[in-house]
Design a protein around this ligand. Structure first.
Ligand code: AMP
Length: 216
């Protein structure tokens, strides 16, 4: 049995076409069912639904053989011991710095003032501002980062941006892109040895579909 860890939402929706191309159909819709273990049309492949930030942990400790996880989560929570064979080019977005409309970010950075930055991505933000030589006080948040500059909790946020609509709706502007993000396939190293053939087959099927869509 091969166990694939996925998170609900963007990653689940975006991986479906890749699974279909590999001949795999997930037999339950996670938006309609409360099941956490989903069967597929392949008797030896099942999907487990876990929180995005838990995917690396499940794969690292063998609760799942492989998983799909955003680069943001891999960089933030660590990817120790995980084999990362493929950038799946799905759930694409970017991680950016945003501030309240009217806040002079360039001047604040230039003057060397100490910026207060609210984010879920403390490690990514710390590295980014350290490289720029900007002093920051980081405030860890778990949700709705957009609220922080609006309430005076922080001068800036570091968050994922896709269309930019969420920022716009909250009168925030993106001032710097830190990096582009997409989701990657991660594999447990022991599973790769013990279940080499079925895992390799899955990786090859995904690679083939990605190569085809790159040339299409
Ligand atoms: P948008 O309004 O399209 O820019 O999306 C921004 C909101 O969606 C923010 O709350 C982000 O945290 C979240 N978001 C955007 N892209 C992703 C992604 N690929 N994975 C998870 N969350 C995302």
């Amino acid at each position: 049995m091969i166990t694939l860890a996925l998170s609900k939402g963007r990653i689940f929706d975006d991986i479906l076409p890749l699974l279909t191309a590999a001949g795999i159909e997930v037999l339950d819709d996670p938006e309609k069912s409360r099941k956490l273990i989903l069967d597929t049309n392949q008797p030896d492949l099942r999907v487990v639904l876990v929180r995005a930030t838990d995917v690396p942990t499940y794969v690292q400790y063998g609760g799942a053989d492989l998983g799909v996880v955003g680069k943001d989560t891999l960089l933030e929570s660590g990817s120790l011991g995980l084999y990362q064979p493929l950038d799946l080019q799905i759930a694409k977005c970017r991680i950016s710095v945003a501030v309240r409309q009217g806040f002079d970010y360039a001047a604040a950075v230039k003057q060397g003032s100490r910026l207060r930055v609210a984010t879920k991505y403390v490690a990514i933000a710390r590295d980014f501002f350290a490289t720029k030589g900007v002093h920051v006080d980081l405030i860890k948040l778990y949700g709705s980062m957009e609220l922080a500059p609006l309430t005076g909790l922080a001068d800036a946020i570091v968050d994922l941006v896709s269309t930019g609509n969420t920022l716009k709706a909250n009168h925030l502007v993106e001032v710097e892109t830190i990096m582009d993000i997409s989701s990657h396939l991660v594999v447990n190293q022991t599973a790769l040895k013990l279940k080499h053939e079925p895992i390799r087959k899955l990786i090859d099927a995904f690679s083939q579909t990605l190569a085809q869509s790159a040339t299409a």
